[in-house]
Design a protein around this ligand. Structure first.
Ligand SMILES: Cc1cc2nc3c(=O)[nH]c(=O)nc-3n(C[C@H](O)[C@H](O)[C@H](O)COP(=O)(O)OP(=O)(O)OC[C@H]3O[C@@H](n4cnc5c(N)ncnc54)[C@H](O)[C@@H]3O)c2cc1C
Length: 416
């Protein structure tokens, strides 16, 4: 099997089989197909339209030889964070046009197969209907379900939950003063309990998403509670209920996904991508920008292996792909950020805004290194420097929580 052989009919052996047709699966499939590789993508609903609102810092998006087409960024602006003080972050934050992203990642050369992958091993994948497909490398891009991981499942995950509503820009400006709010921790909803923040981002075309967000909680904060907080927050800003179409399903976004998905235990020949890997940033829950960037590297690794036919077996091909997708240092940095999540999960509710105030007052390079961009996802020393810098800025009480979270993990589930 090799690149540039032309596409073979039917579902015979491919260079790469991708299980999962979300952003991670299609990024990888497209990058490999562009290199001339034979790629099969399997998804139970391959024609599903993506609907989530995807955002990322502009510096995280792929640049270089394979940038996103310009129209895929629907809107961008300087990000603000408000905790106990307001911080202008001097970094542009982008909101993607999700259907545009889906179109941009489509590649006609990818052979799409409707089905559910239930097992995979060296050189093959098995679908729920018993079909067996051969491929040099199998990628698990099935998201948080990690369909091909052999690791233990179960256990209650920490989840990000959010509830958003789309309003026009003039209405939103009465809440945001026209700013893109990455996080506004002010408890303007007036309700007690686990702190949540407002995420307010332009969608383009004069529309703005206002989303009440619980960054991470085990279990995730219920969506009805987030809806009530959002309603009260917007009322406090002077919006009438009639201006907030929370009963219009077309203008409401529901968010719920795990942020502490365990490391993927990949069988021989399988590489995990996207939320399945997990490439999810434990502090933001984001993975889309990273999946877009990783795809090119993955394609280079698979192409190199496919070109080199002398004595290279499928297992070493998959190993190279695995390293390209998630290097050892990337795993170390991820582990450190997971410690950061543990700290957040055990913070007393009243301390959370102060913690983020300290975080957002970090010098921009440290803040970027922690939130993630291309280099920093693999730079252990920089991640360590950023964490030490956070520590240095905390008051003694917060330092105590940070040490406890780092040494003892997340502790008990938060009580409502
Ligand atoms: C409303 C919402 C907003 C979000 N906003 C952001 C954001 O702004 N930025 C960000 O980075 N992240 C965001 N996230 C998180 C986001 O879900 C993930 O980052 C992203 O979707 C992960 O992409 P993925 O391709 O890894 O997995 P998914 O998008 O979960 O795709 C997995 C695919 O695998 C398929 N599949 C599942 N099981 C199988 C199987 N056995 N065989 C074959 N296929 C299978 C599924 O049908 C699906 O198509 C958001 C999530 C939600 C719910």
């Amino acid at each position: 099997m090799g690149p540039r052989d032309g596409h073979r009919p039917g579902l015979t052996g491919a260079d790469l089989l991708v299980a999962g047709g979300g952003p991670a699966g299609w990024s990888a499939a497209r990058a490999c197909a562009r290199q001339g590789l034979d790629v099969v993508l399997v998804d139970p609903r391959p024609d599903r339209t993506w609907r989530h609102t995807y955002g990322a810092w502009c510096h995280e998006l792929p640049a270089g030889p394979d940038p996103l087409p310009p129209g895929v960024v629907a809107a961008h602006d300087v990000g603000w964070a408000i905790a106990t003080h307001a911080h202008r972050l001097d970094d542009e934050y982008a909101i993607l046009d999700t259907p545009g992203l889906q179109r941009a990642l489509h590649h006609d050369g990818v052979r799409v197969h409707r089905g559910r992958v239930v097992a995979a091993g060296r050189g093959r994948a098995v679908l729920a209907d018993g079909t067996e497909l051969a491929a040099d490398v199998v990628a698990d891009a099935t998201g948080a379900v990690q369909a091909l991981s052999t690791g233990a499942r179960g256990g209650r995950r920490a989840e990000q939950t959010a509830l958003g509503v789309v309003v026009d820009a003039a209405t939103a400006a009465r809440v945001t003063d026209g700013r893109l709010l990455f996080m506004d921790w002010r408890p303007l909803h007036g309700l007690p309990g686990w702190p949540t923040f407002l995420y307010a981002v332009p969608l383009g075309d004069g529309r703005v998403l206002l989303e009440e967000t619980s960054l991470a909680r085990r279990p995730g904060l219920p969506l009805p509670e987030l809806a009530e907080r959002l309603r009260r927050r917007l009322r406090a800003a002077g919006l009438r209920d009639a201006e907030v179409p929370l009963d219009d399903p077309g203008r409401v976004e529901h968010v719920r996904f795990p942020v502490d998905t365990p490391s993927h235990r990949s069988p021989d020949g399988v590489v995990a991508l996207g939320a399945a890997a997990p490439l999810v940033h434990p502090a933001s829950g984001f993975s889309v920008a990273r999946s877009l960037r990783v795809a090119t590297r993955l394609a280079d690794a698979v192409v190199a292996r496919s070109d080199d036919r002398a004595g290279v077996d499928a297992a070493s091909r998959a190993t190279r792909a695995r390293r390209a997708a998630r290097s050892r240092s990337a795993r170390v940095v991820h582990g450190m950020r997971r410690r950061g999540l543990d700290v957040l999960l055990r913070l007393p509710a009243g301390e959370v805004p102060e913690f983020f105030d300290r975080f957002f007052s970090l010098p921009a390079p440290h803040r970027r290194a922690y939130l993630g961009s291309d280099g920093s996802d693999e730079d252990v020393a920089e991640a360590m420097r950023a964490m030490l810098c956070v520590f240095a800025r905390l008051n003694p009480r917060l330092r105590g929580h940070l040490v406890a979270g780092t040494l003892c993990g997340p502790g008990e589930a938060q009580r409502p």
